[in-house]
Design a protein around this ligand. Structure first.
Ligand SMILES: [Zn+2]
Length: 242
């Protein structure tokens, strides 16, 4: 009888540790259970990929495209299927400007405890919306909130899709994220060859991120970096056949 009671805290501790492990696994930027996951690329080339999540939105797609055009920089936009279906002209404008588009799920729900049928719908319907908007390039995937556990990586692996994460996230710290110059400085300091920079520029609340872009791009150019799309970055991965 005694022993069973002793086991209670042990089991409790194991459950907590297990849950903590699952939480860490869902957030891990460099590891997932199945398939290719990429937070940056190993390369000797002085290149970085600028990536934007969410949208396209009617209010902020065009202003962001204008900043990139003025800087002669191409980026990769991970858009949601729902927003693309609501605003196909926004997705078309991104594609027409020569940027890459990626799949960021349909609903932007956390894809942790989800069925494989849900995963398939989220991804395939979003691909279809992006294609309907006229985009013809490669379509990589970035999970909403960077979260994934079992069904999502399994599906992506089965379908030869690379999961694109990031290694430079200027918005992670709230104080930095409120200050455009601090965000630009953070990126300029922390980017290295092959870095993938994540930013959110599609909503009203992200004014500071949009304002950070010109200084951020200028600073990276001054350090000698060239801007490439995610697909171009993948092609430079050391040991790849390209
Ligand atoms: Zn997102």
């Amino acid at each position: 009888m005694m022993r069973r009671w002793i086991m209670v805290p042990v089991v409790f501790a194991l459950v907590i540790a297990g849950l903590f492990g699952i939480l860490r696994l869902t957030n891990a930027r460099t590891f997932q259970l199945f398939g290719d996951l990429l937070a940056r690329v190993d390369t000797d080339h002085a290149v970085v990929a600028l990536t934007f999540d969410d949208g396209p939105t009617t209010d902020y797609t065009q202003p962001v495209l204008e900043i990139l055009k003025a800087q002669d920089v191409r980026a990769t936009f991970f858009v949601t299927g729902r927003e693309t279906a609501q605003n196909p002209a926004g997705a078309k404008a991104i594609a027409d400007a020569g940027h890459e588009i990626g799949n960021h799920s349909w609903s932007h729900n956390r894809m942790i405890f989800v069925s494989s049928a849900t995963v398939r719908e989220e991804i395939e319907n979003t691909d279809a919306a992006i294609r309907d908007a006229g985009y013809k390039g490669e379509l990589h995937f970035r999970p909403p909130y960077g979260k994934k556990l079992v069904a999502l990586p399994w599906y992506l692996a089965q379908n030869d899709r690379t999961t694109i994460m990031w290694d430079v996230e200027p918005e992670a710290d709230l104080v930095t994220a409120a200050d455009p110059q601090a965000m630009a400085d953070y990126v300029i300091t922390n980017a290295t060859n092959g870095s993938i920079i994540i930013m959110h520029v599609m909503y009203e609340s992200r004014g500071a991120s949009r304002q950070a872009l010109p200084a951020l791009i200028d600073g990276l150019k001054a350090r000698g970096f060239k801007f490439v799309t995610v697909s171009e970055l993948l092609a430079l991965q050391q040991g790849s056949s390209n």
